[in-house]
Write a protein that binds this ligand. Structure first.
Ligand SMILES: Cc1ncc(COP(=O)(O)O)c(C=O)c1O
Length: 475
């Protein structure tokens, strides 16, 4: 019998790269295990996971929202409402009963597109947010936004010359999924000097290059608020981007999973692309993604999200339906999480006060941490950092000296990966090097999340490390 080897498998999989869980994260995991030893011999006593936007991860301090977990608990075990009625607010019991009447046991498969009643609630949420109608039949509940993105990329890559415009820096889900489906990434650069702004002209440059290389652009990915940049688009730019999609017949893939992570909402509000498309009466095909993993919900492990299709024809929706039905249905626990995200308690209901207090605390903690971290990073020699108005991250640029670059290359590492590994080895802080998200040639960055408690201690370690790195390698 022939052994199963890598060479005998789908070669597309070998091209897949996903830095968020790459070399740094693996080494951090090894350190975490080592720290369990009596005498680990490490210069730190804990690993700080600043590499992934996973708000409820052990060691971080974003607690789950009580209302969300209470509804989930009653859906897991409906008898609890009778066994411990005093443990649950009345609106939670009513909500769970209402959901149970629609869904029944969460141990059963649901409609492949997601529970119709929950899709109706998602449509209502979108209508209230945007002021335009939403059709529950054009909404697909998913096991996280990633599943939806993957489906759309799979559908859009119709030949090996099909390409998709992706921002650089980008969230590596896009390049990884494109590699998997043999699609061509068409990178367009975000402008760091303009707070990581998106420019139509820059996208047109990328389109020109793609045409010269006989790549056929099929879609434009916009991540708003951005990951890893945290940047937010203004409406004027969004309108220009929709017109650009009209001009080049592009499907607009709007990744809006951070729509409620806004640190300065008065100055930088979020506007959905659905609202823009309707407002200017555009016929651009739009698919927008949302998730329970981010925002104040942070329920990454439950795997819940949705996408809404706008200006997409019924035969295409039917094909999407066929494809999702192969996977039977999204997880019911995730679907229930989506329902709680789009229908939080209303003022006057028993759960409202606690919900408000919990969500305000999370928003404030994230906003103040982001600002403090940006300020302190900016005061370090050779570091500049856009103080991001949204999402969960900062993406500082670091100047790495010729000497540091040479030592890194001699060790077989990209210079920013070398820096990030040295940071992990010295402090236990795990970040992701910019090479995992993309950056201009000759520039170096890293992404760190703003989810870690104890900013003073944590940023203090970062500062000390950076100063000693600069002392050793120069600027
Ligand atoms: C921009 C962006 N899109 C999508 C996702 C995937 O989210 P989900 O957990 O819903 O699959 C992430 C996760 O970090 C993200 O940052």
């Amino acid at each position: 019998m022939r052994p199963l080897t890598i060479e005998s498998l789908n070669p597309a999989l070998l091209k897949v790269e996903y830095a968020v869980r790459g070399e740094l994260a693996i080494k951090a995991e090894q350190y975490r295990v080592k720290l369990l030893d009596k005498d680990p011999g490490l210069p730190f006593d804990r690993v700080i996971s600043s590499n992934i936007g996973n708000p409820q991860q052990k060691g971080l301090d974003q607690p789950p929202i009580t209302f969300v977990r209470q509804v989930a608990a009653l859906m897991e075990w409906p008898a609890l409402a009778d066994i411990a009625p005093d443990a649950f607010p009345k609106d939670v019991i009513a909500r769970a009963k209402e959901l149970y009447a629609e869904i029944g046991s969460i141990g059963a498969y649901s409609h492949s597109q997601g529970v119709p009643y929950i899709r109706k609630n998602v449509a209502k949420f979108i209508e209230d947010r945007d002021g335009y109608l939403a059709d529950p039949n054009h909404i697909f509940l998913t096991g996280g936004a990633s599943v939806g993105v993957s489906l759309l990329i799979n559908m859009l890559i119709s030949s090996p010359t099909s390409g998709i415009l992706i921002p650089i820096p980008q969230y590596p889900l896009y390049t990884a999924t494109l590699a998997q489906h043999n699609g061509v990434p068409i990178p367009y650069y975000l402008d760091e000097a303009q707070g990581w702004g998106t420019s139509v002209e820059e996208i047109e440059v990328a389109l020109d290059k793609a045409h010269q290389q006989n790549v056929v652009p099929k879609a434009l990915v916009i991540i708003n608020p951005g990951n890893p940049t945290g940047a937010l688009l203004d409406e004027a730019t969004q309108i220009k981007l929709v017109h650009l999609c009209e001009k080049y017949s592009l499907v607009l893939l709007a990744d809006e999973v951070y729509q409620s992570n806004l640190h300065k909402p008065d100055q930088y509000p979020f506007t959905s692309f659905k609202k823009i498309v309707r407002k200017i009466d555009s016929h651009v095909p739009l698919v927008s993604f949302h998730s329970i993993s981010k925002g104040v919900s942070g329920e990454c492990g439950r795997r819940g999200g949705y996408f809404e299709c706008v200006n997409i024809s019924e035969p295409v929706i039917a094909l999407m339906y066929k494809m999702v039905s192969v996977g039977l249905c999204p997880p019911l626990s995730g679907q229930i999480g989506v329902d709680s995200m789009v229908r939080p308690p209303n003022p006057g209901e028993e759960s409202y006060e606690l919900w408000k207090q919990e969500t305000d605390t999370t928003h404030q903690a994230l906003a103040s941490r982001t600002h403090t971290m940006a300020e302190r990073l900016n005061s370090l020699p050779g570091v500049s950092c856009v103080d991001s108005p949204g999402a969960l991250y900062l993406y500082p640029q670091i100047i790495l000296s010729q000497k540091a670059q040479e030592v890194a290359r001699a060790a077989g590492k990209e210079p920013d990966a070398f820096y990030a590994l040295a940071l992990l080895d010295a402090t236990g802080i795990c970040v992701v090097p910019g090479s995992g998200f993309g950056q201009k040639k000759g520039e170096w960055h890293y992404r760190l999340t703003c989810l870690c408690p104890g900013v003073d201690e944590y940023v203090g370690k970062l500062e000390n490390f950076h100063k000693s790195f600069v002392e050793k390698y120069g600027l």
